[in-house]
Design a protein around this ligand. Structure first.
Ligand SMILES: Nc1ncnc2c1ncn2[C@@H]1O[C@H](COP(=O)(O)OP(=O)(O)O)[C@@H](O)[C@H]1O
Ligand SMILES: [Mg+2]
Length: 228
């Protein structure tokens, strides 16, 4: 369970108000899309919900832990044990091969069974390659595998298909949704693409730092069924 109560966050000593009184509840195992135009505060909301940054005001509780009371060291420990991250940029270590990049995630929680994740992301024949030898879609699949190798209870993705062309983007989204179904973690994906929101169960729509609508899709579309 993720609970945010009256969250405020600003930058530049309060001049740039980004999150303005955000409250929400996310159930365990839900697939949530945070949808909104560029600049609406989606990434900032993701960063405070996941413990990457502290909110200025309000209360955030994730898996019974009140993030807003934790110091930096405690927040790092919380993220290590609970959260997986996938960003638009890949942030893979260029000097390490695919297997070693994924092992970095696994080692954080001493998971020895990450071969299965490599396999399900279709990376088995790429494990000895370096990131520079992979396509964008393959690199993003390595990032997803690295995040899942940590066995997170919550996976956050910030525009994970934002740097990919349509065919590759659909492909990667399909992998993401299938992994969510297989493992059952809570998944929160940030996007500005309304079509992608149709794949989620819960859609949280943001505008100018506020939540303007929350709805659930009766039928969730697949990555192949949506427009792009
Ligand atoms: N670290 C920061 N310092 C100053 N301004 C920021 C910072 N992060 C975000 N902002 C500003 O906050 C607003 C929302 O940003 P962001 O959360 O990244 O929106 P989105 O992800 O929806 O595009 C933007 O106007 C952005 O310039
Ligand atoms: Mg963003």
């Amino acid at each position: 369970m993720i609970k945010a109560e009256h969250i405020f966050k600003s930058f530049n000593n309060g001049i740039t108000e980004v999150l303005k009184d955000i409250s929400l509840n996310i159930s365990d195992g839900d697939f949530v899309v945070i949808l909104g135009a560029s600049g609406s505060g989606k990434s900032t909301l993701m960063n405070v919900l996941s413990g990457l940054e502290q909110a200025d005001k309000g209360k955030i509780t994730v898996n019974e832990q009140e993030l807003t009371t934790l110091n930096d060291k405690q927040l790092t420990e919380f993220r290590k044990n609970n959260i997986g991250f996938v960003f638009q940029q890949y942030y893979l270590l260029p000097h390490l091969n695919v297997e070693s990049n994924i092992k970095l995630g696994a080692d954080l929680v001493k998971n020895h069974n990450y071969a299965e994740i490599i396999e399900s992301l279709g990376l088995t024949d790429k494990i000895k390659k370096h990131p520079s030898e992979l396509s964008g879609g393959e690199q993003q699949r390595v990032c997803i595998a690295r995040a899942l190798a940590k066995k997170p209870s919550v996976l956050f993705l910030d525009e994970p298909t934002g740097a990919l062309d349509e065919a590759t983007g659909r492909d990667v989204l399909d992998y993401i949704i299938k992994e969510k179904e297989r493992h059952g973690f809570t998944m929160i994906m940030v996007t500005h693409n309304q079509n992608i929101a149709e794949t989620a169960h819960t859609v949280i729509k943001m505008n100018s730092g506020k939540i303007v609508e929350i709805h659930t899709n009766n039928k969730q579309k697949t990555a192949r069924e949506i427009g792009w």
